[in-house]
Each structure stands twice: as C-alpha cells, then as structure tokens.
Design a protein around this ligand. Structure first.
Ligand code: NAD
Length: 477
C-alpha cells in the first residue's frame, strides 16, 4: 500500500489543508493499492497565490532562461521514465511496451516545446504596429486519467515556454503517476511558485481554479460535459480556455484501400490505450460491397489482440481504469446488442481467466447504423462499430454526422483521393493511411470536441496575449 499525502505549492511538498482520503485501486487486480490525501479549495487558493506571486518575475525571463529550465525538466523527467512507466502500468493498466515508450515521449515533450519556443517570434510588426506576445497570466491546468503525465507535461512545458506560471489539478485517479512527475519537476529546480500541483476533486479544486479571479486561463483535457461546465464557470472572470474534449472519430476505408493493412490498423486505432483514447477511431466506415471482407478482417484482428496483465510484454490490451468505467463500457455493449447491432466478436463480461480486474472483451459490432447509440456516444473502451456506406459522399456525410470533431482517419491506395476526402472531414486532425505521430502539428477539436489547439506554434500562441503598440517610433513635434 502506498500513501500520497502531500501537494506541491511554492516549490515545497506540503501537507494539504484538505483531509479526504481517496482510495487508489489497481485495475488489473481490483485490489486497493494505495490512498491519496486530497487537497481542497483552500489548498487551491494557496497554490494560486504562489503562482500569482511568481508570475511577475517569471513572465520577464528570457527565452534562454526558460529554454534552460525546459532542458532541466527534460533531463529530470527522463531520469524517472522507468518509474513513471511502472506507475502507468500499475495504476492505470497501460500495457508495458506502450507505457515505456509513452514515458520517454513525455520527457521528450520538453525539448520539442523548447524548440517551438526558440523558433517563435514573440514580437512582430503588423501594419503600423509592433505586436508583442505576452504571457497570458496564471494558468489553471486540469487533466484526465487516461494519459495523465503526458497531458500535464505538455501543458506545463508550453506554459513555461510562454512565461506563464501554473496550478495543476490532475485527475485524482492518477496520484502515483503525478507524484513521480512532481518529484521530477522539483528536481529540475524551477523558481518557487512557477509550477504548483494540487491533487483534489474536480468539483472542489477544479471548480476553484475555474472561478478564481487570479486564474487567467484554463487549459483542460477531459470530457465534453465537464469542459462545458468549466467554460461556464470561467466566463464571469473572462478566462481564456483551451478545451480538449471527447471524440467519436470516424475511420473511412475507401473501396480501393488495402484492406489487409487498413482493417487491422483500424482495430488498433480503436483499441489504443485500452480503448480509452479521445482520438480512438471508434467508427469504422466500409463500402457496402466489401463489408463481408472487412468484417472477417476486423474479427480476426480483434481476436488476435492479447488481453491481460499489462506487465506482460505480449499484452497489448490491459484493463479499464475503474469499476465504474468498466460498468459504463458494459452498458454500451448491452445497448449495442439491444439496439440490434450484430456482435461479431467480444461482448458482455470479462475475458476467460481475467475475472479479478476490470478487463473488457475486445468487441466488434457490425450492422451499426448512424442512429444507434454506440455510433453516437463516446464509449471509452475497446468497442469498435462497423458502419457501411454506398458512395464516397455518403461516407463523408456519415463521418461528419457527429457532434464531435477531434480526429478522423482515411485509407485509400489513391493518395489524391484520400486527400480529397480528408479535406471534407470535419476534424482537427485527419490521418491518411495509418496512425501518424507529430507533436508539433496542431492538435484539438472542431465542434464539441473542444476549443483551441495544443502542440507546436498554435499551442504556444494559446498561452500568449497579443499587445499592439502603435506609434512605437513616433515623436510629437
Ligand atoms: P473528466 O472530464 O471526468 O475529468 C477530467 C478532469 O476534470 C479531472 O481532473 C476531473 O477531476 C476534473 N473535473 C471534473 N469535474 C470538474 C468540475 N466541475 N470543474 C473542474 N474540473 C472538473 O474526464 P475523465 O473521465 O478524467 O477523462 C476521460 C475524458 O477525457 C473522455 O471524454 C476523453 O475523450 C477526454 N479526453 C480528451 C482528450 C483530448 O485531448 N481531446 C484527451 C484525453 C481524454
């Protein structure tokens, strides 16, 4: 049993004012693994005060000074990458192979952001004006459990690059991963108050950040309903918001695609991160005349997925994060069956031999229509829905028939055609022929998948406020 009983304020690990103890359960075993003591609104206010006090000096630091901090952060986070990966596996059920890579990537983010900052012009001339990009102020960062350290690292790195100070409210379910990250931040020797981290409940610490007048901006990643709530809470103090919210991404397989490659990749795009990814390609759109071929390939790919203890190297699908989320996924599988979708593989209950933890059977439904609940709502588990279409235009219409617009995928052997379709998909990112990595390209959602972008220059601009100086060189005569 581990116990996490401190928060990080003004460069120090301190006992929180809040006294609530929150149980941390290992999703692989279903057993209690530890407890975290949660901060409360008073802790949030102390952290905000520390960030506010640190802001004037930090906002005036040079690119070189902030670049040096980002380098130290990279080294400190990398030094703990193996510990972070172990925590990801144990606390969240992330498969070992992807968790190690992700933890290294988390460290890498600080160098990527440093490069973006160095390349970015913080002063420009626009017509007659000199435009200075100033740090927006004290930023409240609120993150989910499904990739905790990674989201925090990106947001903190970008805020530092911009010259902002921050208060982070991570998911209460990720306390162990967060603890390792905080220790790394501390080891990097940042000025006190630049980064503060308060574990706590969303409706307590998160709500305090969302309403406090000294927080200028909220950068939030999480569900669409909570994102809307944060935007509502923040409007009275006119907070800037970056909202990275939910998705129901379409994966459009055109009729000339290489199905033998595209369909297994599509299954992987749905099951990534144990199916708990905002960018999961949860809707697979295939041409009606090749439906049977797609069904057979999808079924085979899903049945080849090794589900189990995420510490084992061969496992690519671990458990769902909590009992509550497990039940939610089960409910969606039951709804899919009730509404008449064809269950190709998987289904209700746990896979054989995995009765203790929160394991879901890799599931594929065919015969899904756009009106069905499983085609419309974010499930957040390894459940793929296959829909069929007659024409390319119909495929595009189905893909766009969603309140979300985070990501989309398209496969075709004709690249010009794939690009033409990509142009018509309403999504913040479109992947052509596979799943690509680029952490400098903008990331974020159209429609109810959010507001704003992260990563690269667009992500950095979201932490900066333009100030136009007119008559900078003018003299009264
Ligand atoms: P969630 O919205 O329940 O919680 C996210 C964070 O918000 C947590 O830290 C939580 O404590 C906090 N919170 C909850 N209520 C709050 C309130 N009233 N005020 C302020 N903060 C509050 O999301 P989750 O269940 O942790 O994560 C899964 C969701 O996140 C999915 O919908 C997924 O699509 C989304 N997500 C989006 C992205 C993206 O980049 N677009 C990435 C990952 C996850």
């Amino acid at each position: 049993m581990y116990s996490i009983d401190q928060v990080y304020i003004n460069g120090q690990f301190v006992t929180p004012h809040g006294e609530e103890l929150f149980d941390l359960v290992n999703p692989t075993t279903g057993q209690l693994a530890g407890q975290v003591r949660l901060g409360d609104a008073e802790d949030a206010r102390r952290a905000i005060a520390a960030a506010k006090a640190a802001f004037p000096a930090f906002s005036r630091t040079s690119k070189a000074e902030r670049g040096a901090m980002l380098e130290r952060l990279h080294a400190a986070v990398l030094a703990r990458a193996d510990d972070a990966a172990a925590a990801l596996v144990e606390e969240y059920g992330g498969p070992l192979n992807t968790s190690v890579a992700r933890s290294r990537y988390t460290a890498r983010m600080f160098l990527d952001v440093k490069q973006v900052m160095e390349d970015h012009a913080f002063e420009k001339t626009v017509n007659t004006a000199t435009v200075k990009l100033e740090p927006v102020g004290v930023v409240g960062i609120i993150t989910p459990w499904n990739s905790s350290a990674w989201f925090i690292a990106n947001k903190v790195a970008t805020a530092i690059a911009a010259g902002c100070t921050v208060v982070v409210k991570p998911s209460e379910l990720s306390a162990r991963q967060n603890q390792i990250l905080i220790e790394s931040f501390h080891a990097a020797g940042l000025p006190p108050g630049v980064v503060n981290i308060v574990n706590g409940r969303g409706d307590v610490v998160g709500a305090e950040l969302s309403t406090h007048p000294d927080i200028t901006k909220i950068s939030f990643t999480g569900s669409t309903p909570v994102g809307k709530q944060i935007a509502r809470l923040g409007v009275d103090t006119m907070k800037r918001v970056t909202l990275e919210l939910g998705g129901k991404s379409a994966n459009v397989i055109l009729d000339d695609a290489d199905f033998a490659r595209a369909i297994p990749t599509a299954v992987a795009a749905c099951y990534m991160n144990n199916g708990q990814a905002c960018i999961a390609g949860a809707r697979l759109l295939v041409p009606a005349h090749r439906l049977e071929e797609a069904k057979a390939l999808a079924k085979a790919a899903a049945e080849a997925v090794v589900v189990g203890d995420p510490r084992e190297a061969a496992v690519s699908l671990g458990p769902i994060v909590t009992q509550k989320q497990y039940e939610r996924v089960q409910r969606y599988i039951a709804i899919g069956i009730e509404e008449g979708a064809e269950l190709l593989t998987g289904g209700l209950g746990r896979p054989a031999g995995l009765e203790a933890g929160y394991f879901v059977r890799p599931t594929v439904f065919a015969g899904v229509t756009p009106a069905m609940t499983i085609a419309r709502e974010e499930i957040f588990g390894p459940v793929l829905s296959i829909l069929s279409y007659e024409t390319e235009q119909e495929a595009i219409a189905i893909a766009n028939d969603t309140p979300y617009g985070l990501q989309a995928y398209v496969s075709s052997t004709d690249l010009a055609r794939a690009n033409r379709v990509a142009d018509q998909l309403v999504a913040g990112r479109v992947h052509i022929n596979g799943i690509h990595d680029d952490l400098i390209a903008p990331f974020g959602g159209f429609k109810q998948s959010g507001i704003g972008r992260e990563f690269g220059p667009y992500g950095l601009e979201a932490y900066l406020e333009p100030k136009a100086i007119l008559g900078a060189a003018a003299q009264y005569r």
